[in-house]
Design a protein around this ligand. Structure first.
Ligand SMILES: [Cu+2]
Length: 244
């Protein structure tokens, strides 16, 4: 009996400590979930390397009547999501880092040169992450860079839609600027499978949609990579793709 009486205060201290512990965990949990909510609510996500006001003039719709199609209501987590991958900003950044290995990125000529026969390209479509109201590509921190790959290279493209409002796709075509509203009809597709269907913008959870394709750069020449969504190439989503 006396044993029991001794035990009771110890037990209640134990219960007290456990309770304090649980409250602590709960507080940490609430804090963590609040932070992550704040994070995803923030308009600034951390993919891409370009700055706020680059290309600010590009999304004006006074451009010869060019109107960008493919707008998705802001913040909608589209049903189209079921058809493609969603990546966190960390996953996107890791893909970019992998693709940059052994690649020459020349900021002064705005050119990216691949010498390997295995090319990995991670084009960011219209990075609105940093609030760029522009239609352009960002690749390895460059805006609409010229891409140079060796003839015969196997090119793997991981398209990331970094926009907050518009669908974007990817295509390498055999045509040159100026591009019209329907740029994707200005020339034939450059290579078999050098095309990715438009994918939805960033969702409210701060996740980016991605989709990929692989093609072989079988013939030398100068081509263009564009966004095939009507109006987007004309408004600036285009860059040179050279097979040397
Ligand atoms: Cu686009």
């Amino acid at each position: 009996m006396s044993e029991r009486k001794k035990m009771q205060p110890k037990a209640s201290i134990g219960i007290g400590l456990i309770t304090i512990g649980l409250i602590g965990i709960a507080i940490v949990g609430i804090f963590a979930s609040t932070t992550s909510l704040n994070h995803s609510d923030r308009s600034n996500t951390s993919i891409g390397k370009t700055f706020n006001n680059m290309g600010k003039n590009n999304r004006s719709n006074t451009n010869n009547g060019i109107r960008p199609m493919g707008h998705v209501r802001s913040g909608s987590n589209s049903m189209m999501d079921s058809n493609n991958n969603r990546l966190s900003s960390a996953q996107v950044n890791s893909l970019i880092a992998q693709s940059e290995r052994g690649v020459k990125i020349n900021h002064s000529t705005n050119t990216i040169v691949y010498s390997s026969s295995k090319v990995s390209l991670v084009p960011l479509a219209a990075p609105a992450a940093l609030h760029i109201p522009g239609m352009q590509w960002e690749i390895d921190g460059l805006i609409n860079p010229t891409i140079v790959v060796p003839k015969g290279a196997s090119v793997n493209v991981n398209l990331i839609n970094a926009d907050k409002g518009y669908m974007h796709g990817f295509e390498v075509i055999n045509a040159s600027p100026p591009f019209s509203q329907m740029a994707m009809r200005q020339g034939p597709r450059a290579f078999a499978s050098s095309f990715i269907m438009p994918i939805p913008p960033e969702n409210t959870l701060g996740q980016f949609s991605s989709s990929s394709t692989q093609f072989r750069a079988v013939s030398k020449g100068t081509y263009y990579y564009i966004c095939p969504v009507p109006g987007h190439a004309a408004l600036g989503m285009a860059g040179k793709f050279i097979v040397s």
